[in-house]
Design a protein around this ligand. Structure first.
Ligand code: NAD
Ligand code: DAU
Length: 350
């Protein structure tokens, strides 16, 4: 099989690329990535010379480029992860999200449709989406695949729009699509403007740990390699036109999660317990902040037999260890552009 993976230099994409390159040596994996601020080829340094791996730098908004790529590699499958993915950035600049997440997705759908329109047999188009399209939960309940869409940030609205286009291409053109909506991922190679790596990095640097609002916002955290394994299962065995929710069954309030992180980092750095917790600082809330996400992943479990492989305590500790052992990776990604973003996003906390 020739498989196109978009966004493979990003956080989740790099884990998906690694899994496919190593698990399927007989597949050719082409990673298409624009290398925005979030894309980093260092994430893939261990597989970059694999004989079945090719990197192509390009933008999913570039229709002629996409057409050329489909002609060159004759793809059998697409796994689409490329996106603008950070809610806070979407609040500051929604247009980039409309462009990449909505228009870019439609350009990619068009490229696949044009290349495959005479013979869709054996083809597969996988769209990777988020649980944020379902909106916000109260204290009770879970998102199922039937939950009504209710996106509330420019990011989730753009992902919701892209999901609708993917389903429209299935209904209208019979493009053989499959979709998944996943909860929050954690693990190695996470860009440090998202909560967990940001907190680990700030503890290292002795900087305040910004907690939005009352800190009681709840997320369902999944080990990123388990997301990659779910994508593998769904790509190969998911039913055409179907959607699968992916989650960790692992809810944490932000403040509890950050306190846990503080204690593990203190322990691993040999600092007195409690010192990192002193850095916790409550800051202004994120506008339109969704209160709680929680996924019901029983369809994926019952139909395709997927379940998370790792206990959170283990994955969380491994994650902290990874960041503490990869100072060079961290140093490279927190360059000038990161500092500028950070200064703007947290300017009232300086
Ligand atoms: P990320 O921001 O770490 O990576 C995104 C990648 O896409 C980067 O490598 C970037 O260079 C690339 N990219 C951005 N715009 C592009 C464009 N126009 N053309 C080509 N490449 C472009 O994102 P992530 O956290 O790895 O998320 C990957 C996907 O998974 C996204 O679609 C996101 O919505 C979804 N998702 C993320 C999470 C999560 O917790 N991070 C959870 C559920 C779903
Ligand atoms: O649910 C899936 C989504 O999870 C993905 O679709 C997104 O791509 C991904 O970025 C993530 O979105 P969140 O907004 O949940 O992730 P983030 O790490 O930005 O924030 C997690 C929680 O922590 C959220 O409630 C906001 C809060 N937070 C975040 C930051 C950056 C803080 O309290 N302080 C912070 O400085």
């Amino acid at each position: 099989m020739n498989i196109l993976i978009t966004g493979g230099a990003g956080f989740i994409g790099s884990h998906v690329v690694r899994l496919f390159v190593t698990k399927y040596p007989h597949y050719r994996i082409v990673n298409l990535d624009a290398l925005t601020y979030a894309g980093n080829l260092e994430n893939l340094s261990d597989v970059e010379h694999a004989p079945n791996y090719i990197f192509e730098r390009g933008n999913i908004l570039d229709a002629p480029f996409l057409q050329g790529l489909f002609e060159k590699y004759q793809f059998d499958g697409v796994i689409h992860l490329a996106a603008e993915s950070h809610v806070d950035r979407s609040i500051a600049n929604p247009m980039a999200f409309v462009e990449t997440n909505v228009m870019g997705t439609v350009q990619l759908l068009n490229a696949a449709r044009n290349a495959w329109k005479d013979n869709m047999k054996g083809k597969r188009y996988y769209h990777v989406s988020t649980d944020e399209v379902y909106g916000s939960l109260g204290e009770e309940g879970y998102f199922t695949e039937e939950t009504r869409y209710d996106p509330r940030s420019p990011y989730s609205a753009s992902k919701a729009a892209s999901d609708h286009f993917v389903r429209a291409y299935w209904h209208t053109y019979q493009l053989p699509v499959v979709l998944s909506n996943c909860s929050n991922n954690y693990g190695p190679n996470h860009f440090p403007e998202k909560l967990i790596p940001l907190v680990i990095n700030n503890i290292r640097e002795g900087k305040p740990l910004p907690i939005y609002g009352d800190g009681k916002y709840t997320r369902d955290w999944l080990w990123v390699k388990d997301h990659a394994s779910a994508i593998d299962v769904i790509f190969h065995n998911g039913r055409k036109g179907e959607t699968y929710n992916i989650g960790g069954n692992n809810e944490w309030k932000n403040i509890d999660l950050v306190q846990q992180l503080c204690d593990i980092v203190d322990e691993l750095l040999g600092r007195p317990q409690g010192s990192a917790r002193q850095l916790i600082t409550f800051v202004a809330d994120r506008p339109g902040h969704d209160r709680r996400y929680a996924i019901d992943a029983s369809k994926l479990r019952d139909e395709l037999g997927w379940e998370p492989s790792i206990r959170f305590e283990e994955g969380f500790r491994q994650t902290v260890q990874w960041y503490l052992e990869h100072e060079e990776w961290l140093r490279h990604v927190i360059t000038g552009a990161y500092q500028a973003y950070y200064a703007e996003q947290y300017r009232s906390e300086k």
